[in-house]
Design a protein around this ligand. Structure first.
Ligand code: HPA
Length: 273
C-alpha cells in the first residue's frame, strides 16, 4: 500500500480510539482565526501531537488541535491551526491535514487564512471569498508518485473554488448583511513579507490578495475531489505606493478583530453547504 494511505489509516485509527464522530464538513482555521472555534460545541479535542503523522504547527496563534463536534447543528471536524511550507514542512506534510479530513469522511472543506490586500479597493478587516488562485510557491503537493486511490495524476483546476458553493456564500453574506469581497489569492512561500516591487508584480499578474497558505490545501482537496469554499481575512494593505511596515502581531490582531464577522458568516453558511 502507498505510504500516505497507510499513514492516514494509522491517524484515523488513533482518532477512532477517542471518537466515533462522523463529520460532514472539514474546517481549517488560519492565523488569528482560531477563536472561530468557540461557535463549535466540541465533543472531542485531540492535540495534533496525539495523532500519528500529523505535523505540529509552530506558527504564532496556531494552536494545533483537531476539534470534533457540531457547529450550527452540522457535524464538523476543525483543524485549529495549520502547518505552513515556511515552517520547513514538505508540501506532503502541509496538506496532510486535508487528506486526514477527507479520510474522516468530510464532503466539503471550508478554508480560512489571513492575507494581505493587493486590490486597492479592498481594506484591512475585509473578508474575501476566494474565487481562484495563482500558485507562486514554486512547488505542488502533488509532486511525486501518485496514489490513484487518493486522486488522479493530472487533476483539472478549472473550478477549484466551487462556483456553486461561492454562490451560496455570497447569498448567505447578503442575508447576514456581511460585506464580502471576492477575488484571486496568490500564494507565496514566505516567511518574509513582500517588497514593494513584488506587491506591484503580484497585483499586475491578477491577484487581489497574497498569503502563505491555503493554495496547497486546495490543490490536495481538488486532487481528492473535495469541494472547497475558502475565505481570506485581509489583515494588511499591500499597496506598493503607500506601503507601511507591518508586524506579525499586527496581522494576528487584525484577523482577531475582524473574526466575529467571519464567525457569523460561517455559522450561517454551514447548514446550507
Ligand atoms: N503577504 C503580505 N501580507 C500578508 C500576508 C502575506 O503573505 N499574509 C498576511 N498578510
Amino acid at each position: 500500500m502507498h505510504n500516505l494511505r497507510h499513514q492516514l489509516e494509522e491517524s484515523i485509527a488513533a482518532i477512532r480510539t477517542r471518537s466515533a464522530h462522523a463529520p460532514s464538513v472539514g474546517i481549517v482555521l488560519g492565523t488569528g482565526l482560531d477563536r472561530l472555534a468557540q461557535r463549535c460545541s466540541v465533543e472531542t479535542s485531540i492535540p495534533y501531537a496525539d495523532i500519528p503523522h500529523m505535523p505540529r504547527s509552530t506558527a504564532p496563534s496556531h494552536r494545533g488541535h483537531l476539534l470534533l463536534g457540531s457547529w450550527s447543528g452540522v457535524p464538523v471536524a476543525i483543524m485549529q491551526g495549520r502547518v505552513h511550507y515556511y515552517e520547513g514542512y514538505t508540501m506532503q506534510e502541509v496538506t496532510y491535514g486535508v487528506r486526514l479530513l477527507k479520510a474522516l469522511g468530510v464532503r466539503v472543506l471550508v478554508l480560512t487564512n489571513a492575507a494581505g490586500a493587493l486590490n486597492p479597493l479592498f481594506r484591512r478587516g475585509d473578508i474575501m471569498l476566494i474565487a481562484d488562485h495563482i500558485n507562486l510557491m514554486g512547488t505542488s503537493p502533488l509532486i511525486g508518485p501518485n496514489d490513484d486511490l487518493l486522486g488522479e495524476r493530472f487533476p483539472d483546476m478549472s473550478d477549484p473554488y466551487s462556483a456553486e458553493l461561492r454562490d451560496r456564500a455570497r447569498q448567505v453574506a447578503l442575508e447576514q448583511r456581511i460585506p464580502l469581497r471576492e477575488g484571486v489569492l496568490v500564494a507565496v512561500h514566505g516567511p518574509n513579507l513582500e517588497t514593494r516591487a513584488e506587491y506591484r508584480f503580484l497585483r499586475t499578474i491578477g491577484a487581489d490578495a497574497v498569503g502563505m497558505s491555503t493554495v496547497p490545501e486546495v490543490i490536495a482537496a481538488v486532487h481528492a475531489k473535495l469541494p472547497v469554499v475558502a475565505f481570506s481575512m485581509l489583515t494588511d494593505e499591500c499597496f506598493p505606493d503607500a506601503l507601511h511596515p507591518v508586524s506579525a502581531a499586527e496581522i494576528i490582531a487584525a484577523a482577531e478583530e475582524a473574526s466575529p464577522k467571519l464567525e457569523q458568516l460561517i455559522s450561517a453558511l454551514l447548514p446550507v453547504l
